[in-house]
Design a binder for this molecule. Structure first.
Ligand code: AR6
Length: 195
């Protein structure tokens, strides 16, 4: 069994930067964390699925494997999910309580990618989720370049959190490879410099 990481053990970006961000500010609500999303103990992890919601490779395959076969049954009941939308299931054997399944675009389509982040957060809000972890949606099999995907992801989440204060307490951006981690860190430095 892989080691489980609790959200309370993950530093916020504000903490990582060693700066006193006012509570509720964007940098105090987000974390950049490197590792396997299936090992995170958060209220919800997000799955980068496809429109059929029947499992697949990449993070989708890893989540189904760790959650167990009940996840596929729960997904079937949803009868698919449109690109840019999101659906929720229990997490079954995962340390996360829920899985929010979203479908990112194939290729570089920023509006649909932003929608996948926003709709996942909307579904989270309606299910009283306080902590949520995202993988780098669309940047694997779906071929979205990591740097531009990170930029869309951070803007969409910042905008959503700004519009929904005092709701979700932590958004973890889960990086599985060095490429995505570098892209995120670069962007966070830019955000930090501009605030
Ligand atoms: N934890 C966190 N991130 C991961 C993990 C993991 N265990 N495994 C991979 N990643 P991808 P997509 C990262 O291809 O591009 C599936 O077959 C990976 O390094 O999983 O949205 C679905 O069924 C990359 O940065 O998703 C769809 O058919 C990111 O997750 C299709 O792939 C996304 O890569 C969706 O493609």
């Amino acid at each position: 069994m892989a080691r489980i990481t609790k959200v309370s053990d993950i530093q916020t970006v504000a903490e990582q930067l060693g700066r006193a961000a006012s509570s509720g500010s964007f940098l105090s609500l987000i974390s950049i964390w490197k590792g396997d999303i299936t090992t995170l103990e958060v209220d919800a992890i997000v799955n980068a699925a496809d429109e059929r919601l029947l499992g697949g490779g990449g993070v989708d395959g890893a989540i189904h494997k760790a959650a167990g076969p009940q996840l596929l049954e729960a997904c079937r009941a949803h009868k698919g999910c449109r690109t840019g939308q999101a659906k929720i299931t229990p997490g079954f054997n995962l340390p996360a309580k829920y899985v929010i399944h979203t479908v990112g675009p194939i290729g570089e389509k920023p509006e649909l990618l932003a929608s996948a982040y926003r709709e996942s957060l909307n579904v989270a809000l309606h299910n009283n989720v306080r902590s949520i972890a995202f993988p780098c949606i669309s940047t694997g099999v779906f071929g979205y370049p990591a740097e531009s995907a990170c930029s869309v992801a951070l803007s969409a989440v910042e905008e959503w959190l700004g519009a929904h204060p005092n709701t979700i307490e932590r958004v973890v951006f889960c990086m599985f490879n060095q490429n995505s981690l570098c892209a995120y860190n670069k962007l966070v430095s830019t955000i930090q410099a501009s605030k």
